[in-house]
Design a protein around this ligand. Structure first.
Ligand SMILES: NC(=O)c1ccc[n+]([C@@H]2O[C@H](COP(=O)([O-])OP(=O)(O)OC[C@H]3O[C@@H](n4cnc5c(N)ncnc54)[C@H](OP(=O)(O)O)[C@@H]3O)[C@@H](O)[C@H]2O)c1
Length: 320
């Protein structure tokens, strides 16, 4: 039995489907039962679903019974409450490690992040770095995956650009100089690499960076999204300090802000993979982030984008 934490999340529901298709027994640890009911509806009968909160270790215990491996995906990129990064990303991972040890579960795949480092001033990356440090120092049979930004129909990066484009008729603001470089990796490739780790004990004790086939600047990513949507905008570069008060206002006013102050800083930091394990270790040919592969964005509407910002996403935009 494989326990997946964060199973109704973006990477999570894709991984659940992949493992079920491989015939694996899957137990999904979910936080919000309502979200799980929606995201996992079509495979509900083929998996076990347990509700749990990584910040409350006692809620993890029932889910760990009879488990042979854990894929730990829980993390928050946008904080709902101050301190969520430390509480959920770092301490939540520590709790998973300690509960796994107590339950005698030895195998753990930890979804880290390219660039995660406990010494960085960026709280999100530091929280993920501290989490992985704890995993690596444990006596578990761990593997860590460190993807660059992950794209796909449910992502919260490229799709955020696409939805904001729908809301900005003529001009589209690019954060900073737009030159920060990313290596967008397709969710299906990340999930395939994760599944390989579960099947291959040679991956124990290793950290694998995962990236797509191309390095793209933030401005190039926006260009490809515009091409996918079949539209044009005059793009203007807006310095981060000018955007900061706008983002602060969105954080206060919107239930589902598209970006947070701490993520704004990361839009100017390179997120490029030096040795791409996707190709070099797993032999996977990564799917490129091209307009032809982004056609799902065409279903986004201005009204849908607005509803999402207000925390009421429409079901028709929830594609997997
Ligand atoms: N997306 C990317 O571009 C990217 C890139 C590199 C690495 N990663 C890493 O990949 C992993 C998965 O990311 P994702 O994009 O799939 O994120 P996601 O869609 O936000 O999923 C995270 C999941 O964690 C759950 N969760 C949040 N707080 C929890 C808590 N206290 N207890 C239990 N569950 C909780 C959420 O459930 P609710 O929604 O019900 O609260 C959600 O299902 C993360 O570790 C992330 O850092 C992601």
């Amino acid at each position: 039995m494989i326990l997946i934490t964060g199973a109704s999340g973006y990477v999570g529901n894709n991984l659940v489907r992949h493992l079920v298709a491989q015939g694996k027994a899957v137990r999904a640890l979910v936080h919000s039962p309502a979200k799980a009911a929606q995201r996992l509806a079509d495979i509900r009968d083929r998996i076990e679903i347990f509700q749990g909160d990584v910040t409350r270790p006692e809620t993890l215990r029932p889910a760990l019974e009879g488990v042979s491996a854990i894929v730990h995906l829980v993390a928050v990129a946008i904080e709902k409450r101050p301190g969520d990064y430390e509480r959920i990303n770092t301490q939540g991972t520590i709790n998973v490690v300690e509960e796994a040890r107590a339950a005698g579960v030895r195998r753990l795949i930890n979804m880290s992040q390219n660039g995660a480092d406990s010494r960085l001033p960026y709280r999100f990356l530091a929280s993920k770095g501290k989490a992985q440090e704890y995993v690596a120092a444990s006596d578990l049979d761990w593997t860590a995956l460190r993807p660059s930004v992950i794209w796909g129909p449910q992502d919260e990066f490229a799709n955020v650009q696409a939805r904001l484009i729908k809301l900005t008729p003529l001009i589209f603001p690019i954060v900073g100089d737009g030159r920060a470089r990313f290596q967008p990796v397709w969710v299906g490739d990340v999930v395939a690499a994760t599944a390989r780790c579960l099947d291959d004990d040679r991956t124990i004790g290793q950290e694998y960076a995962l990236g797509g086939p191309e390095v793209l600047t933030y401005a190039q990513i926006v260009e490809r999204v515009l091409a996918a949507l079949g539209t044009r905008r005059l793009t203007i570069n807006v310095p981060v300090p000018l955007l900061r008060p706008v983002v602060k206002l969105m954080e206060v006013a919107l239930p589902n802000p598209p970006v947070s102050s701490s993520l704004l800083d990361l839009l100017k930091v390179d997120n490029v993979v030096e040795h791409n394990a996707l190709t070099e270790v797993f032999g996977i040919e990564p799917r490129p982030f091209t307009p032809e592969n982004l056609t799902y964005m065409r279903q986004f509407t201005a009204l849908g984008a607005l509803k999402r910002l207000l925390g009421r996403p429409t079901a028709d935009e929830e594609v997997s």
